[in-house]
Design a protein around this ligand. Structure first.
Ligand SMILES: *Cc1c(COP(=O)(O)O)cnc(C)c1O
Length: 399
């Protein structure tokens, strides 16, 4: 990961490398964290439930469970949806490994659905075809994990319709998509899914330092998730198997984890939420501005058809093999102080997935896309001046 210079270093790009993504911390954020550190509750206090309530309200979901990371959220979601040995999870190959690993933690079998090159999300036609084949072979998935890659929402109504027809659960990996909308509903409303999982890692839209949140409208899942994040323990007498021995009594109902988040982290997340709309507006503005700045360069720019629906976690361009070698362009930009990145190495080509039998060539669209992709700097605090410099340096790197 690129070295991160201190806040406020963005007036100038002449010094440290411009990162591809970065948190934006305000004096109010600092105060909120300091106040919490000085309060009675460092963890398991009022900030956690306040953050959960604020996010549930913002998304229009009934329940929210804050956890230690997005990955912890995906793991608990996978368990709550019943993944276990003999069960199957399908996801996109164009994602961070966590979207697939959550199935493997449960002993489930993981498979992938190739992407639609126009959206870079799991392809709806590819999903339908794979489901038809799987039905004929009696190998239908139990859980499908669509990933809102770069913040561009998947077509959830279509996925939800397939879920009904073919009988699988849906867990949205919305690590990139806090604040994105699909058909005028916030991602996280879970209109067409069972669960939605957010991440609050510093590179994402909002940060809590580390952290994650699971949204759902299902009370049964909510209760399971809340127990699973804390060792499988309940203190609610109505959930207990036996009679309570007294006020100290708790029961461990199943095998859970310590996946809790802290009040300190939630104080930051809650404070950041006040600027969520400003973050989104700035990211959308930067995406539209990149589109103009890069016009005329031999690169494929992201589609702007969902400009205002996407949360624009990433701005990914593609360098067609005919224009220049991606690695050369990447190297020149890095040497020029532009902290580019690549999202994502197709998960099925990772050694840990090749061991399971996957091979290069299995998901050709994801692989073709990967060979051409570069993520340019994109974060709310990116200045117009720095962005213009990225475009200018890209032009030079391509020349
Ligand atoms: C960041 C990310 C995760 C994991 O989130 P953490 O909070 O880092 O555990 C999962 N999926 C995707 C697509 C991500 O980008």
């Amino acid at each position: 990961m690129a070295a991160q210079p201190p806040s406020g270093a963005w007036e100038s790009v002449d010094g440290p490398i411009l990162p591809y993504a970065r948190q934006s911390i305000s004096p109010d954020d600092v105060r909120a964290v300091a106040d919490t550190v000085a309060s009675d509750w460092l963890t398991q206090g009022p900030k956690i439930s306040a953050f959960e309530a604020a996010m549930a309200e913002r998304c229009g979901a009934k329940f929210a469970v804050a956890v230690a990371s997005g990955t912890a959220g995906l793991h608990l979601g996978a368990i709550a949806l019943g993944l276990a040995p003999g069960k199957r999870l399908w996801t996109s190959p164009n994602t961070f490994v966590a979207s697939a690993n959550c199935g493997r933690y449960c002993g489930a079998t993981v498979d992938f659905v190739d992407i639609d090159p126009a959206t870079l999300n799991l392809g709806i036609d590819a999903l339908r075809k794979k489901l038809e084949t799987a039905r004929a072979e009696n190998r239908l998935p139990d859980v499908v994990v669509p990933v809102h890659f770069s913040g561009r929402p998947c077509e959830m109504a279509a996925i939800g319709a397939l879920a009904k027809t073919f009988g699988f659960a849906v867990m949205e990996d919305a690590a990139h998509a806090v604040g994105a909308t699909d058909e005028a509903a916030p991602v996280g409303a879970c209109r067409h899914s069972d669960l939605t999982v957010f991440s609050f890692h510093p590179v994402k839209i909002l940060t809590a330092g580390e952290g994650g949140m699971i949204l759902t409208n299902r009370a049964d899942l909510y209760e399971r998730l809340a127990e699973l994040r804390s060792h499988g323990i309940t203190r609610d007498p109505s959930r207990m198997i036996g009679p309570s021995d007294g006020p100290w009594y708790y029961e461990q109902l199943g095998l859970g984890f310590h996946y809790r988040i802290t009040d300190i982290q939630c104080a930051l997340g809650l404070s950041q939420m006040k600027r969520l709309d400003a973050f989104l507006a700035r990211r959308r503005e930067l995406a539209a501005r990149y589109d103009r700045l890069l016009d005329g360069l031999p690169v494929v720019r992201p589609a702007l058809d969902r400009l205002d629906d996407s949360s624009w976690h990433l701005y990914v361009i593609r360098i067609p093999a005919t224009a220049a070698a991606r690695a050369d362009v990447f190297g020149r930009l890095q040497a020029d102080g532009i902290g580019v990145n690549v999202h994502y190495i197709p998960v099925h080509t990772q050694p840990s997935y090749r061991e399971l039998g996957f091979a290069g060539g299995d998901f050709r669209e994801a692989e073709r896309y990967y060979a051409e992709a570069i993520s340019l700097p994109m974060f709310a605090a990116l200045t117009d001046r720095d962005q213009a410099r990225v475009a200018e340096r890209l032009g030079r790197a391509l020349a």
